[in-house]
Design a protein around this ligand. Structure first.
Ligand SMILES: CC(C)(COP(=O)(O)OP(=O)(O)OC[C@H]1O[C@@H](n2cnc3c(N)ncnc32)[C@H](O)[C@@H]1OP(=O)(O)O)[C@@H](O)C(=O)NCCC(=O)NCCS
Length: 154
């Protein structure tokens, strides 16, 4: 039992958002992530480890998993949202916004001092949930290795 338990489920029409890791289509999540701009080439083993150590949100409908996001958190002060996606055929119908609503409503993620995420072009989605550009970028540092998966292949 971790702070992220018990499993949370949210329903809207024919769709379900669930934090039950056992429901995840891990092959489908890997297939999307290994081809996306931020995690290109990510090995399946890395995706599996990230899922095992995150609070994961799957979106289900039409008989399959159609979306995903995961939260890295201490469940006390800080949370980072990553690997957010909705499959292309299901975009533009409010599932991304609903997924964000479910994440922000999770009982283990209340009263945090800070939420963070990185995005190339979906700022307008996250702005609807109170996210802003860094207010004091000079106070932030990062160690980023965008070639990490390419390096691990060689
Ligand atoms: C981003 C993504 C998850 C949104 O999912 P979705 O189900 O299409 O989103 P919704 O239908 O709920 O609407 C998204 C809202 O954010 C806004 N938005 C802003 N930037 C956006 C962007 N780059 N992509 C999609 N929506 C964006 C839309 O205009 C919409 O707001 P509105 O209804 O007030 O106009 C989906 O487009 C996706 O998977 N994209 C590819 C992967 C990706 O870029 N993930 C985010 C990485 S940080």
């Amino acid at each position: 039992m971790t702070r992220a338990d018990p499993i949370q489920e949210y329903r809207k029409g024919d769709f379900l958002v669930s934090t039950d890791r056992s429901k995840l289509d891990v092959d489908g999540v890997h297939e999307f992530l290994t081809d996306c701009y931020w995690a290109k080439g990510v090995p399946k083993e890395t995706v599996l480890r990230s899922i095992a150590n995150s609070l994961c949100f799957g979106v289900y409908g039409a008989g399959k998993q159609v979306g995903f996001a995961r939260v890295i958190s201490d469940f006390a002060t800080y949370a980072y949202i990553g690997d957010v996606f909705v499959l292309e055929a299901f975009r533009g119908h409010g599932l991304g916004k609903w997924l964000m609503e479910c994440i922000m409503a999770h009982p283990a993620l209340q009263g945090l001092r800070r939420w963070a995420l990185a995005t190339r072009d979906a700022h307008g989605l996250y702005a609807q949930f109170g996210f802003t550009p860094l207010q004091a970028p000079d106070r932030w540092m990062e160690r980023h290795n965008p070639k990490v998966y390419a390096d691990s292949e060689s």
